[in-house]
Write a protein that binds this ligand. Structure first.
Ligand code: 9PG
Length: 843
């Protein structure tokens, strides 16, 4: 028997005779999935079992649902039994009326007399070669069906790529081609527990790739894609596996059961799986999925709202975040504010003292008028050991509570780093609370990774006392010591595999529950930053999330002076890798949380070149995420401080990553901005080569109307370009000598030669948000500018006739011609400026 569900986008067919499901798009150009398999893998004692591959005499029911987070759902439910062990399966397929995806979920209840251990709930498997030739063939067709008939379905090697999402904040995320090596930590037990999910396979075989929570397959010449992912990670961690190569691809996705026990009378459900077809050239192609995940967590649909001129208020040095919106405005509210601040880690590392914090606080106070930061965050190094969060190193003789007071009374939001789930072998906690530790093989505490010369371990968060302890740690920091901003790190440790007090819980349930407990302990008014965290577990529970590995003063990983090219992995601290993930995970920003791209490093005497620093600044700014500094503030020379200044306030908005599927590290970012001067485009083009190159910027590679004339101004080099209509397609803008790892950052505006126009500046990286009023008339222009503190720089105006006279706050202002009908005005002002320019008049 076949049963159908259909909406405007998709048609699902369930075939109970062969126990398979198929999905085609209503548009003939879509990919399709043929005869996908579902399977339940478990153990009873030593016996390994596979069930649900035969739906036999299942019942099928049509049950529609009105009030899902995704609106009206048409649902088909397959109810099937596995008599041998008394298991009952309910497989629910749903097509929302308003969204282009299929979601489906599996529920298993144990009606037998024995507990079972759940290994894997496979939601989809198609395209893998079956040993059993009697089984119907399953397939993933990236080629649209009409083409399939014409050509063979076999892609040329290299035509199918896979976008893989890494396990936690630091794990590599990006596109793989067939010929690529799957990135895995090469230092085995030192790194693997940190960077990878043990449920997601890491095959060394060519063409096999894995992904956590979601992944996307795409045909690079047909431009078709398939997204597969889970809408939450509340019950199970989801894994995706694919094979790509010279034959049609294969795809598998499952919920990891973690061998959690399912007792008689109990049941479990998977998180919803989600799948849809898309066109690779649709900007923001992951949005149907990413937004659905946000809805599933009751987060508002966020349009990637960014900075508007009205937000651009000069900073009041006495207002802390507490009086500011970030603090009263949690991410679940309408306008989350983007954190800015200073973090102690990347200058001091663990070698830090209370006086170092005070010095930088004093520096931040001094700089505040010019560099209005919000948070002053104490990172790792104050506590006596990981695990001992209420005793302190000698360098913090009075602990951190007095510092919170000082930071607070200086007008900043006190921030503190904590790693509540990880335990150091030398900690008192390890010695005294052995029963709280998560146990693995031979009853030894599990390995949570090797850091600073020791193998660490983790707490068993199903032990009520251990969990309660972590809640106390957070409560104390937030409410007794006075830190309304907490960076919670090494959170993956809570989800390591091991034997727990409660063996019925999956790792995903344990971590989600523990994070909920921490959120409760912190209260709604505390800003939480997740770090080292499996992404799906923290959605809706943290305000911001690190989405990259640590920044570093080196481009590629260096450990104790030794370059780690061979031994390193992409989760190691390195500027290149931090930037990479900030780009590949940019679409999560303002959907699941505020992205934290890690700190902007600026000091001139590090290994990063100026071009690399400009790239880092561009990526952080255009990501729309938090803007944190971490250098010794007193040491920063003015020209480096100016870079930081130009990033404040943060733009906030989510950029489009245009080549997310076509380049391993994306090279093209686009932001659509609007303010007093109208609408403009901010485009970034990166040079990831290790050498200087001339680069061509084709407007047709960005989302711009190529029939218009444009004016473009490059931020870092202050160079201007004019683009004639049509030339955007035929002649690119030639950007000469972009240094190795450098960037061109262009504000692009439609050119209106007969009207006064604001064309750019070096005051703010947006090149326009600094303008609060713009009033052009026939022979006069009035401009109001607003910048924190003392601002010095230039603005570039297009004027139909040359200026006759110009004033800034009533005083004379000088200008220089800069290209045809363009003039550069050097400005210097405190906080705000009113500029008025009279021009010659035309006859
Ligand atoms: C404090 C630091 C900082 C930093 C965090 C985290 O893979 N690793 O070896 C690895 C080590 C440290 C690390 C991340 C990865 O840093 O991201 O910002 O807070 O802890 O110890």
């Amino acid at each position: 028997m076949t049963h159908r569900l259909e909406n405007a986008h998709l048609q699902l067919t369930i075939n109970t005779d062969i126990s398979r499901w198929s999905l085609v798009g209503s548009n003939l150009n879509n990919p399709s999935i043929e005869n996908a398999k579902v399977e339940f893998q478990y153990r009873r004692g030593r016996r390994e079992e596979v069930a649900l591959n035969d739906w036999g005499d299942s019942g099928i029911e049509r049950v529609d649902l009105n009030d899902s987070p995704h609106g009206l759902l048409q649902q088909l439910q397959v109810v099937s039994e596995y008599r041998k062990d008394g298991l009952r399966f309910t497989l629910t397929f749903a097509l929302p009326q308003d969204y282009p995806f299929l979601i489906w979920q599996l529920n298993v209840s144990n009606h037998g007399r024995h507990p079972i251990q759940v290994e894997r709930l496979e939601m989809l498997s198609a395209g893998f070669v079956s040993q059993d030739l009697k089984k119907p063939l399953s397939a993933i067709h990236l080629l649209p069906l009409p083409l399939l008939k014409k050509f063979s379905d076999s892609p040329v090697p290299g035509e199918v790529s896979f976008f893989s999402n890494g396990w936690q904040s630091w794990s590599y995320t990006g596109v793989y081609r067939w010929s690529d090596n799957y990135r895995y930590p090469r230092l085995g037990p030192l790194r693997a527990p940190v960077i990878t999910n043990p449920g997601t396979p890491r095959s060394r075989r060519k063409g096999f790739f894995g992904s956590d929570m979601f992944g996307a397959l795409g045909h690079t010449s047909q431009r078709t894609g398939i997204l597969a992912g889970f809408l939450s990670q509340a019950n199970h961690f989801g894994s995706i596996e694919t094979w790509i190569g010279p034959q049609p691809p294969a795809l598998r996705m499952w919920a990891n059961g973690d061998n959690a026990r399912l007792d008689p009378g109990s049941q479990i459900s998977t998180d919803w799986a989600c799948l849809y077809f898309f066109h690779l050239d649709i900007p923001d192609a992951l949005s149907p999925y990413l937004d659905a995940v946000a809805r599933q967590h009751n987060l508002p649909d966020n349009e990637g709202r960014g900075l508007h001129a009205a937000d651009y208020q000069p900073h009041d040095p006495h207002s802390k975040i507490a009086n500011h919106r970030i603090h009263n405005t949690k991410i679940s509210q309408e306008h989350p504010q983007i954190p800015t601040g200073w973090c102690s880690w990347y200058h001091f590392f663990q070698d830090i003292s209370a006086d170092d914090i005070r010095d930088n606080l004093a520096a931040a106070v001094k700089l505040q008028p010019d560099l209005p930061l919000q948070v002053l965050q104490i990172d790792d190094g104050y506590e006596s050991q990981w695990g001992d969060w209420s005793t302190f190193k000698d360098t913090f003789p009075e602990g951190v509570a007095p510092l919170a007071k000082e930071i607070d009374s200086s007008g900043f939001t006190p921030g503190l780093w904590l790693a509540p789930f990880i335990v150091h072998p030398k900690s008192q906690l390890w010695a005294e609370r052995k029963d709280w530790l998560l146990r693995g093989q031979f009853n030894r505490p599990v390995n949570a990774g090797y850091f600073w010369g020791a193998f660490t371990t983790a707490l068993d968060l199903t032990n009520p006392d251990a969990l309660d302890h972590t809640a106390q740690v957070i409560h104390r920091a937030a409410h007794e010591w006075g830190f309304p901003y907490l960076k919670l790190d090494f959170l993956y440790a809570g989800a390591l595999p091991g034997r727990r007090c409660d063996p019925t819980r999956t790792r995903a349930q344990v971590l989600r529950n523990a994070l909920q407990t921490l959120r409760q302990a912190a209260g709604d008014q505390t800003t939480l930053l997740g770090c080292g965290c499996p992404l799906g577990s923290a959605i809706g529970l943290v305000d911001s999330m690190r989405i990259s590995t640590d920044i570093d003063s080196h481009w590629l990983p260096v450990h104790k002076g030794v370059r780690m090219r061979k031994l390193g992995d992409e989760g190691m601290p390195a500027a290149r890798y931090a930037i990479h993930n900030t780009l590949t995970r940019a679409p999560l920003h303002q959907r699941w949380w505020i992205n934290d791209p890690d700190c902007l490093l600026l000091q001139p005497d590090m290994e990063l070149t100026l071009a690399e620093v400009q790239t880092l600044a561009t990526v952080i700014a255009m990501s729309g995420g938090s803007v944190m500094l971490s250098d010794h503030l007193l040491d920063l020379p003015p020209e480096r401080l100016r870079i930081a200044q130009s990033l404040l306030p943060p733009m906030g908005q989510r950029p489009l990553v245009l080549d997310w599927f076509d380049n391993q590290t994306p090279t093209r970012l686009q932001l659509e901005l609007h303010g007093s001067t109208g609408c403009w485009h901010l485009l970034a083009l990166f040079n990831w080569l290790d050498e200087t190159q001339d680069m061509s910027l084709w407007l047709s590679d960005f989302l711009l109307d190529t029939r218009a004339t444009y004016y473009a101004h490059e931020f870092w080099g202050a160079k201007s370009y004019q683009i004639q209509p049509g030339s955007a397609r035929t002649n690119p803008i030639l950007l000469r000598e972009i240094p190795a790892h450098g960037v061109a950052l262009l504000a692009v505006r439609p050119h209106q030669p007969y009207q006064p126009q604001y064309l750019g500046s070096n005051l703010h990286i947006s090149q326009g948000m600094e303008v609060t009023a713009w009033e052009p008339s026939s022979n006069k222009v009035q401009v109001c500018l607003q910048r924190p503190g003392r601002a010095r720089g230039s603005i570039l105006l297009g004027l139909p006739y040359p200026p006759k006279q110009a004033q800034i706050d009533g005083k004379p202002l000088t200008w220089q011609p800069d290209g045809e009908r363009c003039y550069r005005f050097e400005v210097e002002f405190e906080q705000t400026a009113e500029i008025s320019i009279t021009t010659e008049t035309g006859k």
